[in-house]
Design a protein around this ligand. Structure first.
Ligand SMILES: Nc1nc2c(ncn2[C@@H]2O[C@H](COP(=O)(O)OP(=O)(O)O)[C@@H](O)[C@H]2O)c(=O)[nH]1
Ligand SMILES: [Mg+2]
Length: 196
């Protein structure tokens, strides 16, 4: 897969594409959703980021990302052609609880979710897992490791997040195309095994 190949950015979906799938990229504030979609999307992602005001800084916990200046107010949108016939539409969905109503719309018709997790802020992931489960979405966990020196064992993480044994866990760097693609493909494989 080489999504950024071609002389110019391919804006239009090739005619051969028969299937489109909607995938959500979910996770708490500042876990890397916008970064991952930007890394993977073959079109310039549509972003609805806004500069954070001091008021939002009170609401959005900045402990893990003190330099973060923008926050996703609605969603990110990107596109990735996986094969000649299958195109994925990626929707980055904010994890903040105040966006709960959005989930209702976003979850409709989506195949599943890639749940981004920062192992240093596991507690922030619980409400997001609740949302994913409330809307009955199949998901895979992508651990976006911000601290290269901290090693997190997969089984500890599974236990902490109380994951089902067949929920995939994959480690990734949202800034890296190969790594992010691997995480997404892990989700798609999981979804395919559950589709029948
Ligand atoms: N070190 C590191 N920083 C990252 C990684 N992914 C995202 N970031 C940074 O973390 C911050 C929050 O990421 P962002 O994609 O905006 O998070 P979002 O709120 O989930 O959309 C940004 O400054 C990113 O550049 C990663 O894998 N490693
Ligand atoms: Mg964002």
């Amino acid at each position: 897969m080489d999504s950024k190949s071609g002389s110019a950015e391919s804006i239009y979906v090739p005619e051969a594409v028969q299937r489109a799938a909607k995938i959500l990229v979910v996770g708490h504030f500042a876990v890397g959703k916008t970064t991952l979609i930007g890394t993977l999307s073959e079109i310039t992602p549509l972003r609805t980021e806004e500069r954070m005001t001091q008021a939002a800084a009170q609401v959005d916990d900045l402990r893990g990302a003190p330099d973060k200046k923008t926050t996703t107010v609605a969603l990110d949108f990107g596109r990735l052609t996986l094969s000649d016939e299958l195109v994925l539409y990626l929707f980055g969905t904010p994890g903040q609880q105040r966006f709960v109503e959005l989930w209702e719309d976003m979850a409709r018709g989506s195949l599943g979710a890639l749940l981004l997790v920062d192992p240093a802020r596991l507690a922030d992931t619980f409400p997001v897992i609740d949302l994913v489960e409330t809307y009955g979405l199949e998901y895979a966990v992508a651990v976006n490791s911000f601290d290269p020196y901290s090693q997190h064992a997969e089984d500890e993480l599974r236990e902490a997040l109380d994951l089902l044994p067949d929920t995939p866990v994959v480690f990734c760097d949202a800034r890296d195309q190969k790594s992010s693609a691997h995480a997404l493909i892990t989700l798609v494989r999981h979804l395919l095994t559950h589709a029948s």
